[in-house]
Write a protein that binds this ligand. Structure first.
Ligand code: SAM
Length: 228
């Protein structure tokens, strides 16, 4: 019963990975990979007791206790050096929280694991973090699940930093080149929303000029990418 979204994430986990899935909730993603013999080993990390218990239950039910460790911990505190993690998935949370988890857990990234991230919002912050921390975005995917649009960002450590612009951060360097129908749907929707906001703001007299300008700028940027 893996969602389209998590199935899309699952395909980027290399066969035989030693995976840490942080914020695992029911541990559906590692359980699915474990049942399909895609994993060598995994840690399912959860910071909240309820979801942690859900994960424990799921892993036990599927008989995966030997392969998948469920741990109650904040972010990357769930993993130790001994786990020899080579792949990390962090899915279904906001970009700022994903960045916070990566920042707090920097010491756990010394072996430069592959990162597979699926922010629900604030994707640009995730891309900025990756670029600033020498992670190159190697794959991006945009999916539509029941009219919810999600982005998946896959990154690998690289010695030199890529030259990414603010526009790359916002739209995704790969997604904006590809410009598929889901990408267009997302950004047309966003532009509509911002145009509506702008018209509301124009009615309210007290809104500072810079705020209007910033909004107009973003609308123009989106237009540029959609029509460019
Ligand atoms: N990863 C699953 C998915 O994509 O379907 C679950 C997403 S769920 C919306 C987010 C989960 O992250 C929640 O269960 C929450 O408790 C957990 N979480 C939030 N902050 C966390 C942190 N700092 N460390 C570990 N888990 C965290």
């Amino acid at each position: 019963h893996l969602s389209t979204r998590l199935l899309a994430v699952a395909k980027y986990v290399p066969r035989g990975a030693r995976l840490a899935d942080i914020g695992s909730d029911h541990a559906y993603l590692p359980a699915y990979l474990g049942l399909n013999n895609e994993l060598d080993y995994a840690v399912a990390g959860e910071v909240v007791k309820g979801p942690y218990l859900n994960a424990l239950h799921e892993i036990k039910k599927e008989g995966l206790e030997k392969k998948i460790m469920v741990r109650l911990a904040d972010g990357l505190a769930a993993v130790t050096e001994k786990d020899a993690i080579d792949t990390i998935t962090i899915c279904g949370m906001g970009g700022p929280l994903i960045c916070h988890i990566l920042d707090e857990g920097k010491i756990k990234l010394k072996k430069r694991p592959k990162l597979i991230l699926q922010p629900n919002v604030g994707e640009w912050q995730v891309r900025k973090w990756l670029n600033e921390n020498n992670y190159q975005i190697v794959t991006e995917e945009i999916i539509d699940e029941n009219d919810h649009i999600y982005e998946i960002i896959v990154a690998e450590w690289k010695a030199e930093k890529d030259d990414l612009t603010d526009e790359d951060y916002l739209f995704g360097p790969i997604l904006k080149k590809e410009k598929n129908s889901i990408f267009i749907k997302k950004w047309e929707r966003e532009r509509e929303k911002l145009l509506h906001l702008l018209s509301e703001i124009k009615k309210a007299r007290k809104v500072p000029l810079e705020q209007k300008k910033a909004l107009e700028n973003k609308i123009r940027k989106i237009g540029g990418v959609l029509n460019g």
